[in-house]
Design a protein around this ligand. Structure first.
Ligand code: NDP
Length: 399
């Protein structure tokens, strides 16, 4: 059916590549392109010989011209951006210049002033409309599946949604005293920033990790959950009409919080460059270099993740509650594709989003977040592609 250019060769890309190869009737040809070509070649070596044809390429995705040249050579139908959020705009520009659909899993951040905001990418709406191209933003798990879960609840179970609590739990154990499950720079920045949630049309700011609760998660058990800001809150606040409150919660162990607190206290999580023996270094990037590579955690990580949405609202004038979640087993993800569940739960929805665009089911001109499309085909694919979901109509609520 089509050709996909996959940019980036990290943990998430590895899953996207495997999943595209499991769906060769849709992904007839893929090109894996990244800054370090040897990582792309290693993936090709593992998967070559199947029905999906695989090419690799070197590209600096910060440079639109390089991307345009590559796209013109490979001629993909879609670009799946699983590099870093800093590359979103250069890749969107290249897609516009070459007439190719676009998908990513994380919103653009300017490197010098990182903020989780959609405004830069939403500003491309008219350009994509005029070009007749689809740009699908945030098609990972969160953002991504959490938006699809909410749209599904809205479509099938609610007249009005009042409260959305997204709970993201990772009960996996990799055996290291401290490591981050995905790109440490992005992960640590997310946690050390102030928290924020949406209430009655306003954003309420909190101190980092100020709100903590215990939640008993299906298949995992009770865990400490902390309120954080997360990028899907911004789009859900716009796209779920009438919603009064949206919060995002993530589990962290006491051990994780202790390590992070020390690293923060000694200045290692700062993104302000410092001069060290005549060389400019950014402490957080240096920290990334000494921490275990998230890609190396796969074989060591055991346990489960549970990510879902607890939704409250009304149906036919009656109050209604609904909890929809996925449980992913780290060992099973590793056995299937050689990555742990965090990469797996991001890469599978990225492939699904691309598949629906190529099949024409999720194709319309403009820039969209996942909750703006019909959730049903995506929900069907989740069950088929390794991320089955569960429903509970009487969940414990977060006050
Ligand atoms: P990794 O750090 O493992 O991989 C990123 C890849 O991008 C690396 O291969 C890196 O190259 C490549 N890259 C970085 N800069 C450039 C550049 N200028 N040109 C070309 N390639 C580049 O990250 P992950 O795989 O863990 O994450 C990928 C994306 O997924 C991130 O944007 C992350 O925020 C997002 N994500 C989304 C989630 C969701 O649920 N929505 C959850 C988890 C992650 P090199 O190998 O040379 O370093």
């Amino acid at each position: 059916m089509g050709k996909a250019l996959i940019i980036g060769a990290g943990g998430v890309s590895n899953v996207v590549v495997h999943k595209c190869c499991q769906n060769p009737e849709v992904f007839e040809e893929i090109c894996i392109a990244s800054r370090t070509k040897s990582k792309c070649d290693a993936m090709k070596e593992k998967l070559d010989g199947g029905k999906t044809k695989i090419q690799t390429a070197q590209v600096d995705a910060d440079k639109t011209e390089e991307l345009i040249t590559l796209i013109n050579q490979f001629k993909p139908d879609i670009v799946i951006n699983v590099a870093l959020p800093y590359q979103d705009l250069t890749i969107m520009d290249a897609c516009l210049a070459t007439g190719v659909h676009y998908l990513d899993t994380a919103n653009y951040e300017p490197p010098e002033n990182p903020k989780f905001e959609y405004k830069w990418q939403w500003a491309y709406k008219e350009k994509f409309e005029k070009a007749g191209l689809t740009a699908l933003l945030g098609s990972g798990f969160d953002p991504g599946v959490t938006g699809v879960f909410t749209a599904y609840a809205q479509k099938h179970y609610f007249d009005e949604i009042h409260t959305i609590d997204i709970v993201d739990a990772n009960a996996g154990d990799h055996g290291y005293p401290f490591a981050t499950n995905f790109n440490p720079e992005i992960n640590i920045r997310e946690i050390t920033a102030n928290g924020r949630y949406f209430e009655n049309g306003q954003w309420v700011e909190t101190k980092p990790l100020e709100f903590k609760k215990v939640y008993d998660l299906p298949q995992i058990g009770p865990k400490n959950i902390y309120l954080l800001y997360h990028e899907e809150l911004e789009s859900l606040a716009v796209n779920i009409k009438g919603v009064k409150k949206i919060r995002f919660w993530m589990t962290f162990s006491d051990n994780y919080i202790n390590h992070l607190t020390v690293l923060q206290n000694v200045g290692m999580t700062s993104i302000e460059p410092i001069n060290f023996e005549g060389k400019e270094i950014q402490p957080l990037q240096f920290l990334k270099a000494v921490l275990p590579d998230p890609a190396s955690l796969g074989p060591r990580t055991k346990g489960k993740t549970n990510i879902g949405c607890i939704i409250q609202g009304t149906k036919d004038g009656q109050p209604k509650t609904y909890y929809v979640y996925n449980v992913c087993v780290h060992e099973d993800a590793y056995a299937e594709v050689g990555s742990q569940a965090i990469s797996y739960t991001t890469g599978v929805p990225a492939m699904i989003g691309a598949k629906l665009i190529l099949e024409g089911k999720w194709r319309k001109p403009g820039v969209f977040n996942v909750e703006e499309f019909d959730p049903d085909p995506f929900m069907d694919e989740l069950n088929k592609q390794g991320l089955p979901w569960h429903e509970d109509f009487n969940p414990t609520l977060l006050d």
